[in-house]
Write a protein that binds this ligand. Structure first.
Ligand code: SF4
Length: 195
């Protein structure tokens, strides 16, 4: 991964970039940067691995459906936290969703979004990032969710299935920060996190 190239590409597209060596350092920074607001979480293994929900809940009003809160409340929060399924070194952010709440909140709703991204999510260009999102992240998520899909059974690639349990129903590519948002921050972490 060429982190300097990635940082410049993201900044050129209107994203703010923060870089950290470890998830613990990134979590410390987010714990002080996000204070006294409402915070929504998307389904996000990286945020869970970083321990963000319990830390931020101590001084913010947090909403996460993984913790029994409503997705609607999360999508209407001041701040939204999610990851990406893939990030191109050329600066495009890619997410695939089944329910739609996670990708929806990165297009409209909150004032500010933080994308927490481990180094394993980065691909050299847009085509490679899209391939990763479809053939690596989605099958791993289908396995994690124990879905009855061909990718979850075989674990090797996407089969563009017609399964009723298909988790890939919408694709969002952020070419640039949408103007509806005051700020979008990509938190780059030099560790493997999420799927
Ligand atoms: S479309 Fe179906 S086969 Fe492809 S990754 Fe999604 S759930 Fe798996």
């Amino acid at each position: 991964m060429d982190v300097e190239k990635l940082t410049k590409a993201l900044q050129w597209r209107g994203f703010t970039v923060e870089r950290f060596a470890t998830a613990a350092e990134a979590a410390d920074w987010m714990d002080q940067a996000i204070d006294g607001v409402s915070v929504g979480f998307g389904g996000c293994l990286t945020a869970e691995q970083m321990g963000l929900y319990p830390r931020l809940s101590a001084h913010n009003r947090c909403f996460w459906h993984w913790q029994g809160d409503s997705r609607d409340d999360a999508s209407r929060s001041d701040v939204y936290i999610t990851s990406v399924n893939a990030l191109a070194e050329t600066g495009e952010l890619i997410n695939i969703d089944g329910t739609g709440n996670r990708v929806g909140a990165t297009l409209w709703g909150p004032k500010e979004v933080y994308f927490v991204v481990g180094r394993n999510k980065v691909a050299p260009d847009f085509d490679a990032a899209l391939w990763r999102a479809r053939n690596v992240a989605a099958p791993k998520n289908a396995q994690r969710l124990k879905r009855k899909t061909p990718c979850a059974v075989r674990g090797d690639r996407c089969y563009d299935c017609k399964s009723p349990e298909r988790i890939c129903r919408g694709l969002v590519v952020l070419w640039e920060k949408p103007t509806a948002f005051e700020k979008m921050t990509v938190v780059l972490i030099d560790e493997d996190l999420g799927l």
